[in-house]
Each structure stands twice: as structure tokens, then as C-alpha cells.
Design a protein around this ligand. Sequence first.
Ligand SMILES: Cc1cc2nc3c(=O)[nH]c(=O)nc-3n(C[C@H](O)[C@H](O)[C@H](O)COP(=O)(O)O)c2cc1C
Length: 288
Amino acid sequence: MSWVTIDQEKCNDCGLCVLRCAGCFSKENETIVANADIECCNLCGHCISLCPTGAIVHSKMDMENFIHVDKAVGMDTDTFIQFIRKRRSHRHFKDKEISRELIEKLIDTCRYAPTGGNLQGVEIMVIENREKINELSSLTVDFFNIIGTSAEEQLAQLPSEEKTSKKGFLLQRTARYKERLTRARETGYDSIFHHAPVVMVFHSHLETASAKDDCVIASTTIGLTAMTMGLGTTYIGLFDAAAKNHPPVNEALNLPPGHGVFSVLIMGYPKLKYQRTVDRKPIKTTWV
Ligand SMILES: Cc1cc2nc3c(=O)[nH]c(=O)nc-3n(C[C@H](O)[C@H](O)[C@H](O)COP(=O)(O)O)c2cc1C
């Protein structure tokens, strides 16, 4: 039984569906037929989106959610580039809650971000509870304490000529993290989540091949959309690293079985307003 049906009254035989997806559509005796099932259809919806006459109906998708593309909606390139350059990581937030309505709107928007094989396996944990945020922050500092101590021990054993090697550099960086994060915790500063009102943890099943890419694309989509709402975000790789390597973090998070953390954002209303864009190195490019 095909997941897709074609209303032959509406079909104008343009063949766009066959061109886009020869696996699910074919032309038989001058008529286009659909044979879409789990073997060929990954629910991308392109056939419905392309069909000029609205002849295609998919039984596994919400047909009400295929909205006509408004050709007038767009942004000129320079405006878009300014928007991208305006993005900053924010670590100082106003003491102001983000409404549930806005967070839900952001989450709904990132449904439309791409995922490998259209698997759509990204899940989001929104953490607003202050005690939980503090607990996760402290567990992350614990983790950096453990690896920082180990780095200090390894550095002490490292021959002086190796101190400037890549290994030496990484060990020194880890030792510095320990020092910086521990000192901040002692003074009551949350140097992991920066006292943000919201922490978003993007997680997915560990066996999903594109889990990291899917979660990072989802978090980037949310981060950019959040800017249009006057919100600021920052990726928190420190927590990502702790979640991957320090079991107490995962226990405190209590993700669904088999899931791992692949991207983390903090979010809030920024206290600081940046007046200028910033300089960045040119991208090293090779042309082949
Ligand atoms: C993968 C990734 C992980 C990051 N992890 C952290 C983090 O743990 N803590 C933090 O304060 N900033 C973190 N950042 C923010 C970077 O420090 C920031 O993007 C960089 O300094 C450039 O500043 P900008 O985002 O304002 O352009 C991370 C950024 C990325 C892309």
C-alpha cells in the first residue's frame, strides 16, 4: 500500500514528482503512479512541495502543514550577511524570564532544519530550573577538576622540550580550565552556564549516524532565530564535553536510554549590546 496517492483529476502530468523522486514515482501508460513506502520514502515531502496542482497526498504527513511558499518573503544578501555578522556569543543576561511561548516557537522552528536522511531524531531538553542548572554546572566543574589534575600530573612528567608540543599545549589548557573554573565556583560565579535563565540540551540517539551534525544544525537554527526575538545564546562545549565523559552528568540529566548530548546552548536577554561587528581570520580556501 503506497503512502502517497495522486489525485488523477488534479494531476497535470508535469512529471516533476518523477524527476525529483524516481524511487517513489513512475509513469505507466501515460499516467503517473506513486508507490511510496519505507523502501523509498524518507518523508522529505519534496513531491508535495513541488506539485503545482496539489495533486499529491501523503498519508504519513500532516497535509495542513504544507504551506504555499510566499515568494515575496526574503532578505537581500547584504542584510543577511549583516545579520550573520551581528551574531555574538552572550554570557551576561538580564534577570528576565523567557516566556514559554517564545521557547516553544523556537523549538517549532527548528523542526524545519535539515537532518541526515531526514531522520528527524533531534530532541531538546529545556532546563529552566535554577537548582538543576547549578547542579549540572557544578558537576561539569568537578569533571574539569578531575581531568585538570590528571593534566597537571602529566605535565609534571613531560620533558621540557615537549611542553611546547601540541600535547603540552592541550595539557596546559586543561590545567588552566581546572584553575579558572574552580576559582569561579568558589566565588559563586557560574562559569559554565553564566547564570543564563535557560539551558537547551540537544540530544539524539547515539546510533544516529548524523546525530552531532543534526543537533548542531538544530541549535544553530534556534540561536539565529532567537536573535530575531531579542535573545542571545552561546554554545556550551564545556558541558558537552562533561556530558560525554563524566557519568554523573548523564545521571543528573536523565536522557532517554541510548541518547547522548550533541549540542548545548544557553539563552537569555543579553545585558551587553555590541556596537560593532568583529574581525575574524579569512577562511583558508583551496580551489580545485
Ligand atoms: C562548539 C563551540 C563550543 C563552545 N563552547 C563554549 C563554552 O563552553 N563556553 C563559552 O563561554 N563559550 C563557548 N563557545 C563560544 C565561543 O567561545 C565563541 O563562539 C567564540 O569566542 C567567538 O565569539 P562569537 O561567538 O561572539 O563570535 C563555544 C563555541 C562553539 C562554536
